[in-house]
Design a protein around this ligand. Sequence first.
Ligand code: HEC
Ligand code: HEC
Length: 450
Amino acid sequence: MERIAIGKWMFAIVVVALVAHDAQADSRGDRFRPIGSPQTETGGQTSARNGGATTQPQPPRATEAPTGFDNTTNGYLDQGPAFDQINEDSVVAGRSFNDNRFVFEEVETVADGLGPTYNAQSCAECHQNVATGGASQVTEHRTGHLNGDAFFEAPGGSLIQSRATSPDIVERVSVQDDIRTFRISTNTLGAGYVEAIANTTLLAIRDAQPSSMRGTATMVAVLEADSASRVGRFGWKSQHASLQSFAADAYLNEMGITSPLFPDENTSSGEYIGFGTPHDPTPDPEDDGTDIVAFADFMRSTKAPSRGPITADVQNGERLFTQIGCATCHVASITTAAPGTRINGGEFTIPAALGNKIIHPYSDFLLHDIGSGDGIPLLPTPELAGTASQIRTAPLWGLRTRNRLMHDGLSFTYPDVIRRHAGQAAAVTSRYNALSSTQKKSLGTFLDSL
Ligand code: HEC
Ligand code: HEC
């Protein structure tokens, strides 16, 4: 496992320019440029119907994905032993939803590889509200600067880790890095369904959008599949397409724990503080890849966020939301690819629990320039410079669990949020502004039901 990963790693360095969540672009290969064009995702039976007038057996109809903030499985993994009976000695990573939830919530220590620079001690510290895997108010900090048109990340990467295991190595923001942003923790409940959306589905949503509002699909690397290309969908910049890749990225960049997909320790503002220095007693990779898969499988077995009560006013508000064009970006319903479809460069086959499911994410998972961009590109490479001014359409499912909105968590009311919708959303915003105050109230009631 480890050897294969190291082989992959060297290959990645040769192909280079990799970058994904944290930065350290040119000296470290922790971010990968996708190779090739997105592959055709085949193998599953589609739910498309051919008019009905046929004797051929009909593929199964898509069904609604289960929802709830209840720490119970969507059926992908067994629920497993009672959660409160699981402890550090009895946990078996990968065995069940409850075991993987335990791993997701587990507080890591320096002996496990935590740090030397990090943001928090467990995934659940930032993904917990109102059930494990949800969002939270925790923000992280990214910085960099422009030289002419070229973006340069802060030394050691645009992500400024806010904690360290020693006062000597806490990262500081340098004066020259005057592009600065917060990014708030997003929801991961229902993420397995998002991963199971076919590339072609996201591209079809894009192609159906009017040109003035058309989103950008990012092609990103699936790290566990030799950087195979897939349409990005996770994170504020849609910087990942696979939950295993995102989990490995987060384990390193949020917690300082290296794994076969991200074997190099983070620096402190560019200074090496990894294994072999007094700051890091743990050889790399600190996780052999087991935890990464447990995190990914935990998220894959979570239910989608549920809705609040659907009243007549909520329905009225949703009609207005669709009518004025909010739903052009905040897409209400998407059906996942069929069970058996091979995705993530062939590394994951969609199981029955995740395939052919209808979800209501209220997002197209594409990037848009609505004038709220944070100035930080997906990767500091010329071809991705445009992503500096773009942000992924925030999925609105679970909105009623969040009270700090937009990528920076700095908008608190719907009027404030909609005021920040300019650029590609300007026409929709002026239609919103033209609504009566009763209509605006209904629209708000709808948003409160998400
Ligand atoms: C310090 C807080 C923090 C910790 C700890 C953390 N995350 Fe996150 N997570 C975030 C933030 C912030 C984002 C959005 C980042 C971005 O897009 O730039 C995010 C985004 C994600 C996403 C993308 C979801 C989506 O569609 O937007 C996944 C998946 C994820 N995290 C998984 C994990 C896993 C697994 C762990 C543990 C290994 C973890 N995170 C630990 C803060 C955290
Ligand atoms: C052109 C695409 C587009 C249109 C049209 C659009 N949005 Fe958005 N929306 C976005 C993007 C992109 C973000 C994330 C921006 C950011 O975080 O900086 C967002 C964020 C939001 C958020 C914040 C969610 C969160 O979790 O932080 C809400 C609420 C929202 N939009 C509501 C609406 C409403 C209501 C309308 C119609 C009046 C609308 N949007 C129209 C693209 C769009």
